[in-house]
Design a binder for this molecule. Structure first.
Ligand code: 5CA
Length: 159
């Protein structure tokens, strides 16, 4: 039940509800901090974990969010072409500032302000995927299609 969730997880649950998605945030006893740990705690494959990775435009300092399959490494050169400027990995403070969440719990929705978003096309193939929900024990289940309904995310080949 939403009322039992911690504040960070509740923020994500509320954002999902506002978006009209029937997803339920759950907080697990085991850590879901990394894609590997999340897959183990949930009992799914690492490919089914949505990594929410924040990058930073090196020219404008704009935040860029990539929702990537847990098994894929983002090709920064390709992402730079998509974003229109070179990108670099964001540091922990930048991630918190722009998303409102700490690394290990950054969700695909519910950020401080809307973020330019790219969705790994490989995630769309899955009937069941899992994303972080605000902290390193919170996750929610969704479909690949749900992911593309969540915002103005652009589906792209990111690896
Ligand atoms: N809860 C899981 C998925 S359910 C999760 O958040 N996984 S994640 O992959 O999206 O987030 C961890 C990612 O944060 C790592 O892959 C890494 O890219 C990034 N990260 C970890 N430590 C740092 C750090 N010190 N600075 C910047 N980024 C970091």
């Amino acid at each position: 039940m939403a009322k039992d969730l911690s504040d960070s997880a509740k923020k994500v649950q509320d954002a999902l509800t506002v978006l009209g998605l029937p997803c339920q945030v759950v907080e697990l006893p085991a850590s879901t901090r990394t894609a590997q740990e999340a897959a183990q705690a949930i009992g799914c494959t690492v490919a089914q974990i949505v990594k929410s990775l924040v990058f930073r435009g090196t020219r404008t300092a704009k935040p860029i969010l990539v929702l990537a399959s847990g098994v894929n490494r983002v090709n920064e050169k390709r992402l730079g072409e998509l974003a229109g400027e070179p990108v670099g990995k964001a540091d922990a403070d930048f991630v918190r500032q722009h998303t409102g969440f700490a690394i290990g719990g950054v969700p695909p929705v519910g950020h401080t302000a809307p973020i330019e978003t790219y969705i790994d096309s490989e995630l769309l193939e899955f009937e069941e995927i899992w994303a972080a929900a605000g902290n390193p024990h919170a996750v929610f289940r969704l479909t690949g299609k749900d992911l593309s309904k969540m915002g103005q995310g652009r589906v792209a080949a990111i690896k």
